[in-house]
Design a protein around this ligand. Structure first.
Ligand code: SF4
Length: 343
């Protein structure tokens, strides 16, 4: 986990709503997403495929395919500036410079035609105003920092000459070249074997310690969460359904969905008092965005569902910065609502 972060939010997301308009109708794929990221911390965003994790990341940088998608409502406050209202020119300055992103499969993001040095150097030329020679020198330095051997030689390689792990390191070098305030990493190790995964996480932690970069790590892997996160945000069907510190969420999960995710992992499947959570695996699948209807989106899969769950959407409730959107939570915590404790 990262060193302690200070308390001022670097990024504050408020009531973010994203809709997609299709022939079938309008679907709300993000529905009232609220969270914040503090300098130097790692926030892990978890959930199964289709829960809205990647859509949230794309929305932060205004990279949603439009049409058919668009941000319907909400604010994305980066150092107090609302990026939802920013001009395209301003977004060009923010992307890759102040907020960078790395993706699951680096080959889809790296251009096969250019050398890795050219690609790392490009953002330095565009954003930092370096000339070609200085950009190349910095690219070599970045390759060295991300642990690529013989960087003076590898800087002239094309991406296809590198292994998957090396390409992901190049992506990290590109993303961090301009010293961004926030790095968004969307499943950065899913395509890599376990040993390389561990190396990439070590690298991210080390670079974060050196540079104070905040990391938003999107993952479906609760093991990665345990290893990397300071705070955790769990998403389900386009909503945030639980938030808290890593200790709170992994040690005493409030939402039945989070309990199910944790119970799927043998080493995390017991709470601190040694009792196992009730779900050994989560039955069923995430419902289609077209089938949500009213009430709690998890109700078809939830062993505790009650009549109210089909009728009303549960609000986020809890205390001490730890909350969940579940009608059981007030009974569990009985200590008031979050009211801003969770952004
Ligand atoms: Fe289960 Fe109801 Fe809580 Fe939803 S609100 S998670 S259905 S108990």
């Amino acid at each position: 986990m990262a060193a302690a972060a200070n308390n001022d939010a670097l990024l504050k997301v408020e009531n973010l709503q994203v809709e997609f308009r299709t022939r079938r109708g309008t679907a709300l794929v993000l529905n009232g997403v609220d969270f914040e990221v503090k300098p130097g911390e790692t926030l892990c965003v978890v959930g199964e495929s289709g829960c809205g994790k990647s859509m949230t990341a794309l929305a932060l940088l205004r990279l949603i395919p439009s049409p058919p998608g668009r941000i319907r409502a909400g604010r994305v406050l980066f150092r107090g500036e609302d990026l939802v209202q920013a001009s395209e020119a301003r977004m060009g300055e923010v992307r890759g410079n102040r907020i960078s992103m790395i993706f699951q499969e680096p080959m889809t993001s790296l251009n096969p035609v250019y050398t890795v040095g050219d690609q790392i150097g490009e953002s330095l030329r565009v954003h930092a105003g370096l000339d070609r020679r200085a950009a190349r020198e910095r690219a070599i330095e970045m390759l060295r920092q991300v642990g690529i051997p013989a960087p003076e030689r590898r800087v002239d390689d094309h991406p296809h000459k590198m292994s998957g792990g090396m390409r992901q390191r190049v992506m990290i070098a590109m993303a961090l070249a301009c010293r961004p305030d926030i790095l968004i990493a969307d499943e950065p190790t899913t395509a890599l074997d376990v040993t390389v995964q561990a190396q990439i996480f070590d690298l991210l932690r080390e670079l974060q310690r050196e540079r104070g970069t905040a990391i938003v790590l999107i993952t479906h892997d609760m093991g990665a969460v345990a290893e990397m996160a300071d705070r955790v945000m769990v998403m389900y069907a386009g909503r945030v359904i639980e938030q808290g510190t890593t200790e709170q969420v992994l040690g005493a999960p409030l939402h039945p969905y989070t309990q199910g995710l944790i119970a799927c992992l043998p080493e995390l499947g017991s709470s601190r008092d040694g009792t196992r959570h009730d779900l050994n695996e989560i039955r069923g699948v995430v419902p289609s965005i077209w089938e949500l209807g009213s009430g709690c989106a998890f109700r078809e899969r939830c062993p505790y569902a009650m009549p109210r769950c089909a009728r009303d959407v549960p609000p986020m409730q809890g205390h001490d910065g730890h909350g969940a959107a579940c009608w059981l939570v007030p009974e569990t915590t009985a200590r008031g609502t979050l009211q801003g404790a969770v952004a």
